[in-house]
Design a binder for this molecule. Structure first.
Ligand code: EPZ
Length: 444
């Protein structure tokens, strides 16, 4: 009987060390996820480089293999995928419930095989996160979509989708990605209006065009797709993670350190860089892929911020920005316009001494407050990053529980912070043994 070790890892952080040194940014989780899904669109091999070694991509790989694709990793961050033998068109609940991005299998399966069955993803900590806009778009491409015992069942009655104009009533990132993939193999032309403009959309379009798709306008609000009969193999390198980049910019500022951030793409986070410069963070672009970040000598000043779709300030940086504003002089109002429940990190920051008032989708942060170490709990991926940042600048010791959230989207985060001088350790508790062993990142 295989004894699965179920571990509820924690981080132990002793704050106060200014972070100094160099850090390499990993591939973008939110580009690698749709790009891996896109490999289902062809029977030929697609090779993806710079795939981040994070939990969500391990899950996405498992999904592809469960559908019948073969995935080889000649090295940790290179995935060679061949979906030539896919005979299963169903993404099961136990996978989808752990990672909503499994819905990205819908578009490719429907487009290539004329059928797809994906468990309807539940909500998650940050909101209900429906996929109604994805499903409505598939129907506009000629699919029939029904809900059967918690599963979305989609079929192309004539075996092939038909191009159409899709007007998204709300900007949806994975909705845009799903439709772009589905329309690539549809019969005729499709236009997506009010499309998401994130860099990850452009990266996916670049991969699809390398595979033979005919997509124009990715990265703008209007995307045009000329459907083709089949797509082929390709090789592609995933863009760097702009949210990890932003997280390390804040890390340098909040610990009053100096970090050289390498292998990043500053033009993917211009709104974040602009806002952080406004509050006093010194950000120098050494070249097209390197930033040198330090806090300004005069300290930080509070500035209001509102999250909006790209190219504006991203919701995935809201929690990190809130942590930083606790260290800025003055009052700042943070408005979250994308998700309905994305302030859960606030209560944990308050436990550490922050002064934050939440009312609806506004958080009013009064700074500068001394943060004291405390036992806190991570609730979602980006919230956990903000709690690490707060712990790094707090006085004393912080334990952060449920860090499996952070492992979903940040590659070897403990090793990266330790290499910058942070006093952070991963504590792995295996259920059943009762023992708590301190495991460094090297073990991963
Ligand atoms: C993507 O999620 C990202 N995930 C999220 O990153 C990111 O926060 C989000 O975009 C916004 O930028 C991936 O790319 C895998 P949406 P997605 O569809 O596509 C509503 C992280 O931390 N909506 O753009 O699921 C929805 O409820 C994650 O890496 C509908 O109402 O987000 C939300 O309020 C968290 N109906 C808003 O639109 C739909 O059919 C934007 O959602 C779809 C979305």
């Amino acid at each position: 009987m295989l004894h699965l070790r179920v571990s509820m890892d924690k981080f132990l952080v002793r704050g106060g060390n200014p972070l100094r040194g160099k850090v390499e940014i990993s591939g973008a989780k939110n580009s690698a996820l749709p790009c891996l899904a896109a490999t289902l669109l062809t029977a030929e091999t697609v090779t993806l480089h710079n795939v981040p070694y994070v939990k969500d991509l391990i899950t996405q790989r498992r999904l592809l293999e469960d559908l019948g694709a073969t995935v080889l990793t000649p090295e940790l961050r290179t995935h060679k995928v061949n979906a030539g033998n896919v005979q299963i068109f169903e993404a099961p609940y136990e996978l989808v419930k752990t990672m909503r991005a499994s819905v990205l299998a819908l578009g490719p399966l429907l487009a290539r095989f004329g059928q797809a069955k994906v468990s309807l993803p539940g909500g998650c900590a940050i909101g209900t996160r429906p996929i109604d806009l994805h499903l409505k778009a598939f129907e506009q491409l000629g699919a029939t979509v029904s809900l059967e015992a918690g599963d979305v069942v989609a079929r192309a009655p004539k075996g092939r989708l038909v191009g159409n104009t899709i007007d998204f009533e709300k900007v949806t990132v994975t909705g845009t990605e799903n439709v772009m993939m589905a329309a690539s193999l549809a019969n005729g032309k499709s236009t997506i209006n009010n499309a998401a403009e994130e860099p990850e959309i452009e990266d996916l379009a670049e991969l699809l065009n390398k595979m033979g798709a005919r997509i124009k306008g990715a990265g703008t609000s209007v995307i045009e797709i000329e459907g083709v009969d089949a797509l082929g193999g390709a090789e592609h390198t995933i863009i760097p993670d702009r949210i990890e980049t932003g997280t390390f910019i804040v890390a340098a500022a909040i610990t009053n350190g100096e970090i050289e951030i390498k292998s990043c793409m500053p033009e993917h986070l211009t709104a974040v860089i602009k806002k952080l410069r406004e509050v006093g963070v010194e950000i120098e672009e050494l070249n097209q892929s390197t930033l040198l970040v330090r806090c300004c000598p005069g300290g930080l000043t509070s500035k209001d911020m509102m999250t909006e779709p790209h190219p504006n300030f991203p919701t995935d940086m809201q929690a990190q920005y809130m942590a930083l504003m606790t260290q800025a002089e003055g009052t700042s109002t943070i408005t979250e316009t994308i998700f309905e429940n994305r302030f859960m990190h606030a209560s944990e920051l308050i436990r550490m001494g922050a002064d934050i008032q939440i009312s609806g989708n506004h958080a009013v942060v009064k700074g500068k407050t001394r943060l004291m170490g405390a036992p806190i709990i991570a609730s979602d991926l980006r919230a956990s990053a903000s709690l690490v940042l707060a712990a790094l600048c707090a006085e004393g010791e912080t334990t952060i529980d449920r860090v499996y959230h952070i492992d979903r989207g940040y590659e070897t985060i403990v090793r990266k912070f330790r290499s910058l001088g942070a006093d952070i350790t991963r504590i792995t508790e295996s259920l059943g043994t009762g023992s708590a062993a301190q495991a460094g990142e090297a073990a991963k």
